[in-house]
Design a protein around this ligand. Sequence first.
Ligand SMILES: [Fe+2]
Length: 231
Amino acid sequence: MVAFHSALRRDLAHLARTASRHRSDDPARRRAVLTGWELFKTQLHIHHTGKDTDLWPRMRAHLSGRPDDLALLQAMEDEHGRIDPLVDSVDGALADPDHGHERLADTVDALTAELSGHLAHEERDTLPLLERSLSQAEWQGFVTDQRRKSGIRGAAQFLPWLLDGTSAEQTQVVLAELPAPLRVVYRRIWQPRYARHDHWSHQHRHEYRPARPRAEKNLGGPAGDSIREAL
Ligand SMILES: [Fe+2]
């Protein structure tokens, strides 16, 4: 949850900077904003769908007779439902090259307020409930199912997005969860491919740093998926 929520907050900050700028007709900048936005939308949708259709049901199975906990999961689902139309409003503003800038700031403010509140709520109340209600093996089952659903294509898109701008330490923790061959694929193919495109800002260049043997040797995250790190 830490890594994923951080990536969402990073993109909300990019979005706020986009909205605060004056309108630009620079096609490269517009392309960069739309590239960042599309990826944000995709990852948010996948993540919320996985929770609503798979994670909450697994948790509910352990929570019969606990109305407060069940109400919390319903609140999570409701908050996800409130975020969707706010995403659509930003989408509409960004897709309108003539008048979208007139309403972009308001739509971005509304999305940021709702999503930020939701992320904080989920971290404060739902994460502790998750850790109490699912065993490590059940959590691992959820993670494995999600990975199978998104497949290698999903991972190729998700990982460079997740790790964009993260510290070397956080990157190592996440990469340590991957089988060694996929770590190589990430460093040699997925990350460089992501870095070839501008995300959010035309000026912002992603530097590709080839894997160094020392970094590989130091990979030493938890043996299994930690709920806090991986959600
Ligand atoms: Fe959520």
